[in-house]
Write a protein that binds this ligand. Structure first.
Ligand code: GLC
Ligand code: CA
Length: 551
């Protein structure tokens, strides 16, 4: 049986700070804005917040390029505002986790400034390689964002490795001093009272000795040599043993391209080093590995991913459940239907909120924000998108390339939160740092607050139910009709309760299929997406949750 831990009973809300709420009118979201909205987050039934990075940063990757790990960016309100938010969170009985980004720093971090000048002890804080006489790069690895993984630093006259943007040099985790820095950072925030960390691409931090060339095939060359590298478990165990174990905190690791089998090496409750994992499999029901290789949405693939993680972790480790975050386009635009906006938004909510694990909601998901579709490619901000647009498929017509970004770009989900029908969607009284989605007058919090049947209020009801039902938090999971490409049906069962969750992903009426032994005439219908329910038919994107109380 799994351990009882507080985070297992919670629902988390992810804040991507720049676009959440501007409190001081300069057009950029900040912690003053967050402070204003803590009651809103609590009202959803969320008990925890994950902050995407709020540290000082030049912003080459919207804060994932950190220039100082032990401070808060002045534009977000500095340490003073942060402490107010932290107190406000704790006063409301909620928890707060920070983003720990230690695969790389910003090239404007003091460590890098010193390392490129070979000032001790920083000389080996990063991964440096000399220039070769033949002008070749140190190896064939690709970066995830901007071409090759090596850039020549003029100051030091050597190449440094960056698995992401040019302005994100990778730290040399094999250096014990660097690991000590990481532990100091963890300790710094935990001592201040934060409750845990989401660890950014943490499975990348240990690179294979000698940094060998990679095979020709993988999407990003090098991946075989740095994802789950040779010392990964040893380093994570060190962080846990030396710091994390001394606090009542939890960790959530981001792990691109991971299988449940591999995940268990990290999160098995018996001997893992991490508590939960962000897997990417459930994000690939409409693409191959990445949003940049889109395919048609397949419900079967979505179900397969969901069930695989439910079954494989059962009794051994705890799932992290999510549909959206700041790295993927909006889910209604992908797995749902903009035409059946509310219905498909609700069905998606039911599809994941009743699974076993800790659900995360990304800002705006609860009102069904949809993909942003700018009319011009130069409106994009995201470093990955900009590089892709300027370097890929250049022979295709510009409209086609632009449309591709609508589906693939992370910016599709990074527009300001739509609070109301007021100017700038109520996000700022100033000039917003980024474009507001044109549909803010139809999709916003204020409108949905006033409508009992809105998606927002549906989320509230679903979360409340989830929390009141032991079977949802701790019961077993079972999927039915897995070949159906229209319905997702699963049950959850504990000693006292049995639940059946039925979700239609079809835009037409569908026959209500019930697994054997589930007599709905003896059940209570405890959640439904549509007002009127038929015994035999499901309306487009209709979902239901039935409950049987055992005697
Ligand atoms: C993670 C983050 C993403 C960031 C990247 C590099 O994938 O979620 O936003 O760009 O790591 O830090
Ligand atoms: Ca601001």
């Amino acid at each position: 049986m799994e351990h009882k831990r507080w985070y297992k009973d919670m629902v988390f809300y992810q804040i991507w700070p720049r676009s959440f709420k501007d409190g001081n009118g300069d057009g950029m979201g900040d912690l003053w804005g967050v402070l204003e909205k803590l009651d809103y987050i609590k009202s959803l039934g969320c008990d925890g917040i994950w902050f995407s990075p709020v540290y000082p940063s030049p912003g080459a990757d919207c804060g994932y390029d950190i220039a100082d790990y032990k401070d808060i960016a002045p534009e977000f309100g500095g340490m003073e505002a942060f402490k107010k938010v932290l107190d406000g969170v704790h006063e409301r009985g909620m928890k707060l986790i920070m983003d720990l980004v230690v695969n790389h720093t910003s090239d404007e971090h003091e460590w890098f400034e010193k390392s490129r000048r070979k000032i001790e002890p920083y000389t080996d804080y990063y991964i440096w390689r000399p220039k070769k006489p033949n002008g070749k790069l140190p190896n064939n690895w690709d970066s995830n964002f901007e071409g090759k993984a090596w850039t020549l630093d003029k100051v030091r006259g050597e190449y440094y490795l960056h698995l992401f943007a040019v302005k994100q040099p990778d730290l040399n985790m094999d250096n014990p001093l660097v690991r000590q820095e990481v532990k100091d950072i963890l300790k710094f925030w935990l001592d201040m009272g934060v409750d845990g960390f989401r660890e950014d691409v943490i499975t990348y931090i240990s690179k294979k000795e000698g940094l060998p060339n990679d095979r020709v095939f993988p999407i990003y060359k090098g991946m075989w040599h740095y994802n789950h590298g040779p010392h990964i478990h040893e380093y994570l165990a060190e962080f846990k043993r030396d710091v994390l174990d001394n606090y009542d905190c939890f960790t959530l690791a981001e792990a691109p391209l991971i299988s449940p089998k591999r995940a268990l090496e990290y999160i098995d409750e018996k001997n893992g080093q991490i508590d939960m994992m962000i897997q990417f499999e459930s994000q690939t029901a409409d693409c191959l590995f990445t949003d940049y290789l889109p395919t048609k949405f397949s419900l079967r693939r979505m179900k397969k991913a969901f069930s695989k993680w439910q079954y494989r972790l059962a009794g051994k480790a705890w799932n992290m459940l999510y549909l959206e975050n700041h790295d993927h386009p909006r889910i209604i635009s992908r797995y749902g239907s903009e035409k059946f906006h509310d219905e498909s938004g609700k069905t998606l909510a039911v599809a994941y909120l009743f699974q076993k694990g800790t659900p995360f909601i990304y800002q705006g998901q609860e009102i069904g924000m949809t993909n942003w579709r700018p009319e011009s490619p130069d409106m994009y901000e995201d470093v990955q998108t900009v590089y892709y647009y300027t370097h890929s498929n250049l022979k295709q017509p510009p409209e086609k390339r632009l449309k591709k970004l609508w589906r693939s770009s992370r910016d599709s989900a990074r527009t300001p939160m739509q609070w109301s029908s007021d100017k700038n969607a109520g996000f700022t009284s100033g000039e917003p740092w980024f474009y507001v989605n044109d549909n803010y007058k139809e999709i916003n919090v204020a409108l949905q607050e006033n409508d009992e049947n809105s998606l927002l209020n549906f989320y509230r009801r679903a979360i409340k139910l989830r929390k009141s039902l032991n079977a949802v938090r701790y019961g077993t999971y079972k999927e039915y009709f897995r070949h159906s490409n229209r319905l997702y049906v699963y049950s959850r069962e504990s000693d006292a309760q049995r639940l059946l969750i039925v979700c239609s992903f079809s835009d037409k009426p569908e026959k209500l299929m019930l697994p054997k032994g589930f007599d709905i005439f003896k059940a209570k219908l405890i959640l439904k997406t549509h007002q009127n329910t038929d015994e035999k038919l499901l309306q487009p994107y209709e979902s239901r949750v039935y409950l049987w109380e055992k005697q």
